[in-house]
Design a protein around this ligand. Structure first.
Ligand SMILES: O=C(O)c1cc(=O)[nH]c(=O)n1[C@@H]1O[C@H](COP(=O)(O)O)[C@@H](O)[C@H]1O
Length: 235
């Protein structure tokens, strides 16, 4: 069912607004809790989502030294969430420590191990940013492939990438590796700060396992119709 492939981010500043959105879109089964909401209201929103039997993507994009990233992943895994993000650029030692700590944390709390997925390159960046601001001397597709492979070699379950790159990454990393794609924009929506975008249908066709689609739905005057339109487009 195409709706199961869509993760909607709760990018709102308060718990009240987050709950209102979840209640407005009862058909959504997979929600993302990111930095804005988690910094504002903490883990209570996770308890609420679990009570509603929703799947949870806890997107706090951990990026720190191995000991700190591992501690964060251990703590996050005790909430019983399904997906957790870390930056691939934290490096192999941190990614391996994160994976081990996630297994321990989930085990201690009696939950299945969440899937750790690594950010390859934020979808808000383009080739120019990579070359001129970040001074990375690789072409963007090659860089994202290296980051996905680093995650895979470190034992992570998957990666976050732009839908533009997913087909090439899938070819190299195989079908078992999970690819979650933000940077998804229906033709009728604003691109905003996203630089590397595909439509939902293009992203799925390219091989994304999940699409993260926020503002085209959540900032719409009519989120229910916006979501329905997307589901029809990909069905
Ligand atoms: O990890 C993410 O989910 C993420 C990675 C990335 O490279 N780009 C990206 O946009 N995201 C998240 O995906 C969501 C995209 O939201 P919209 O741009 O509103 O569709 C936001 O919550 C971002 O934090």
């Amino acid at each position: 069912m195409s709706l199961d492939k869509i993760i909607v981010p709760l990018d709102v500043p308060t718990q009240e607004e987050a709950i209102a959105l979840v209640e407005k879109l009862p058909q959504v089964t997979f929600w993302k809790v990111g930095l804005e909401l988690f910094v504002s209201c903490g883990p209570e929103i996770l308890t609420f989502l679990k009570a509603q039997q929703k799947r949870i993507f806890l997107d706090l994009k951990f990026h720190d030294i191995p000991n700190t990233v591992a501690g964060a992943c251990r703590s996050a895994s005790r909430y019983g969430v399904d997906l957790i993000t870390v930056h691939a650029t934290a490096g192999k030692t941190a990614l391996k420590a994160a994976q081990k700590a996630a297994e321990e944390g989930a085990n201690e709390a009696g939950y299945p191990t969440p899937k750790l997925i690594a950010i390859t390159l934020l979808t808000s960046l383009n080739s120019r940013d990579l070359a001129f601001d970040l001074k990375v001397p690789l072409e963007l597709p090659e860089y994202t492939l290296n980051m996905a492979l680093l995650a895979q070699e470190s034992g992570l379950a998957g990666a976050v990438c732009s839908p533009l790159e997913v087909s090439q990454l899938r070819q190299t990393c195989g079908n078992e590796f999970l690819f979650v794609c933000p940077g998804v924009r229906p033709a009728w929506s604003e691109r905003g700060d996203q630089q590397r975008t595909f439509t939902p249908a293009q992203a799925l066709k390219a091989g994304a396992d999940y699409l993260v689609i926020g503002r085209p739905i959540t900032a719409s005057d009519d989120p229910t119709t916006a979501l329905q339109r997307i589901v029809e487009e990909i069905s």
